[in-house]
Ligand binder design. Structure first.
Ligand SMILES: [Zn+2]
Length: 221
């Protein structure tokens, strides 16, 4: 596991606190020589709303933590729209920060899990991506009875049951509820098709499509 919690030397003055060859204070670290470490999960969460979606804006209050959150936020925005640029003020604020690459990796994890953007070659693995492959069953392969049982179990799941199903992620209870609603729609659609009510079944199938599209990509089947 990559450790990001230790302080590292400023990359501009290399830990001297001075501008190279002068006695003037390094502007990047303000003469501090090093930058503090950080918890990737904390920064990850700081750019999200409580329901797990990306915040509308993240403003820096000038301390290292909020500057980094701001940098991660704008990097996520850039991944979502390559036309966007990092604001110059943010770029200047992180100048000299030895953890820039790690912060970009946090931004990639947010972009991947929240905006469903895929990266062929992720910068590094900070353990932020929740992989629960195999835990969410293929609901399209279930019988009517299995679907009803799935709905009963997960439409008001406890946090613990939801995490066991979809992994420890933002809004896990809500994601489990979406899966449960999908299962209920699917069982209704199957019942109606059996009864020959194709139009009725299609209403439920449309709803299933919409629900499926809101699921995090890594748990789709
Ligand atoms: Zn410095």
């Amino acid at each position: 596991m990559i450790d990001t919690t230790i302080p590292l030397n400023c990359t501009v003055c290399h830990g001297t606190g001075h501008l190279p060859g002068t006695s003037r204070s390094c502007l990047a670290c303000g003469g501090e020589r090093s930058f503090p470490g950080f918890e990737p999960r904390e920064i990850y969460n700081s750019v999200l709303n409580k329901n797990g979606s990306l915040r509308k804006r993240v403003v820096s209050s000038g301390d290292v933590g909020s500057i980094r959150a701001c940098f991660v936020f704008h990097t996520v925005k850039k991944y979502a729209d390559p036309e966007l640029h990092q604001p110059v003020s943010v770029e200047l604020a992180v100048h000299g920060d030895p953890y820039i690459k790690h912060l970009e990796a946090v931004a990639q994890a947010v972009a991947q899990q929240v905006l469903h953007i895929a990266f062929k070659e992720p910068i590094m693995d900070l353990g932020l991506i929740v992989s629960v492959e195999g835990d969410v069953p293929n609901l399209d392969a279930m019988t009517e009875g299995e679907l009803s049982a799935f709905w009963s179990k997960y439409h008001r799941a406890s946090k613990k049951a939801a995490v066991a199903l979809v992994g420890d992620r933002p809004h896990s209870v809500g994601v489990a509820a979406t899966l449960a609603a999908y299962a209920l729609d699917k069982s209704c659609a199957m019942k109606l098709r059996k009864e020959g009510d194709i139009k009725g079944a299609m209403v439920y199938e449309e709803s299933m499509d919409l629900r499926y599209k809101t699921l995090p990509v890594d748990i789709r089947w």
